[in-house]
Design a protein around this ligand. Structure first.
Ligand SMILES: [Zn+2]
Length: 437
């Protein structure tokens, strides 16, 4: 946690508001002392700005004594015509993070002091100082100004003088919350973003060595992030970020340029791809890799089907189908052999194949090998016009397939199953299989 810097508004020469036998400056100094006591009791590191300093001197003192990650608060008491009550907190206008911080602080105060009305959090430009408050703007670290109550209102002043310890406790709570969240915000270094040859003004963040980019930028690339719950997102400083490497699923090349600390995205047209989405082709993985992969998602996956990885490779090779695709398709349909959908393990049906007569529980096969053979035959039916080499045809719906209409996994959506994102989902599992993320 960073340090907390507290300033009691006004100074020894400037009393601030004067009313009801007291001064704003005096009330704030007394309150500041209790807040300091609270912070000390909780082990928080804090500094108090000397009371002889004017506002300008205070700002200079804070800027000289703080480091990034510290937070600063200026305590004030309000005054109007004696009839207005309540607390309000001011933040630098148009800074949503600081607005959130102000809300944290104000909420903590209101929670600790029952009966204290809220006037809400406000941008510093709604005050009489139209150009904003110096304390919110010229302090180099995160800073807020709070008006604890109206000291020219009898009820408010009585509340403050009777329950000053509650005010202090609430402010201390709020400061500790704000300070620890401010430390977290500071924890992520900013990085640059380049798309093709364009450098973007928006920054990304580096979290645990991974590049994250703002989700609105991702949407600009034509990828609807909101509809893809499996994509890793983090919310930070009121911005939602997407893990950049996951965009590879969408045929976007992602790499890191260390010298300029830039994450570089390149959109690749699908036709330029290596062909890994083409159903007819060679797989890249070994049986051991497939075994390790599926067991990393479900430790018990192969207990009932010990030879499944080998079967996928053998059966696919006979027909010239890419076994990586077939295996990932199986992982998608069975949820890594958990069979938590409609189809049960005893059916040996690994890819949601329907039966010839439309039985709602789907097709069943006498053993795993026949189930895999049927899947490969069904894939080949969609992807090519070539004849099936391994006869007989055990795929019960082979004759229903319009041959060769779906050479790529992206063509399987709305065909194999109704889901238009079907191809993307298979691709996403393939990228995991290839260890891309
Ligand atoms: Zn004041």
């Amino acid at each position: 946690m960073g340090r907390i810097i507290i300033s009691a508004g006004h100074d020894l020469r400037d009393p601030g508001a004067v009313a009801l036998g007291t001064t704003e400056s005096k009330e704030m100094r007394l309150t500041r002392d209790l807040i300091a006591k609270e912070l000390k009791a909780r082990g928080a590191e804090f500094l108090s700005v000397p009371d002889y300093l004017s506002l300008t001197g205070t700002i200079r003192w804070i800027n000289a004594n703080s480091v990034p990650g510290d937070v600063a608060i200026d305590l004030h008491g309000n005054a109007f015509n004696g009839s207005i009550r309540g607390a309000e907190a001011f933040y630098i206008a148009s800074n949503t993070q600081r607005q959130q911080d102000a809300q944290i602080l104000l909420n903590a105060l209101l929670k600790a002091v029952p009966g204290l009305p809220s006037r809400g959090v406000k941008p510093d430009t709604v005050t009489v100082y139209r150009s904003g408050l110096a304390f919110c703007r010229r302090v180099a670290i995160a800073s807020l100004l709070i008006e604890l109550c109206f000291i020219d209102n009898r009820e408010d002043l009585k509340l403050l003088q009777t329950y000053r310890d509650r005010f202090a406790k609430g402010i201390a709570d709020g400061l500790i919350d704000w300070s620890s969240s401010s430390q977290k915000q500071r924890g992520f270094p900013l990085i640059n973003i380049r798309i093709k040859d364009n450098n973007y003004d928006e920054k990304g963040v580096l979290i645990n060595g991974n590049s994250y980019i703002p989700s609105d930028l991702v949407e600009l690339l034509g990828i609807k992030v909101a509809s893809l719950p499996e994509i890793r997102q983090v919310s930070y400083g009121n911005i939602v970020y997407i893990k950049a490497i996951e965009l590879q699923k969408f045929d976007i090349a992602v790499f890191w340029e260390n010298q300029t600390r830039t994450v570089v995205l390149n959109l690749r047209p699908r036709t330029e791809l290596s062909g890994s989405e083409q159903i007819m082709g060679l797989g890249n993985t070994t049986a051991t890799e497939l075994t390790n992969f599926i067991e990393s998602h479900n430790q018990q996956a192969l207990a009932k089907f010990p030879n499944l990885p080998e079967l996928y490779i053998q059966e696919s090779e006979i027909e010239g189908v890419n076994h990586d695709i077939a295996f990932c398709q199986m992982c998608l349909h069975t949820n890594y052999l958990r069979f938590d959908g409609q189809i049960k393990p005893d059916q040996n049906n690994f890819c949601g194949l329907g039966s010839a007569n439309g039985n709602p529980s789907g097709a069943s096969f006498p053993d795993p090998k026949t189930g895999v053979t049927a899947q490969i035959q069904h894939l080949k039916a969609y992807a090519s016009n070539d004849m099936i080499k391994q006869q007989p045809i055990v795929d019960p719906r082979f004759d229903f397939v319009p041959r060769g209409v779906a050479p790529s996994i992206y063509d399987l959506g709305r065909r194999w199953i109704a889901d238009p994102q079907y191809g993307d989902k298979i691709k996403s599992i393939m990228m995991r299989l290839y260890g891309v993320f």
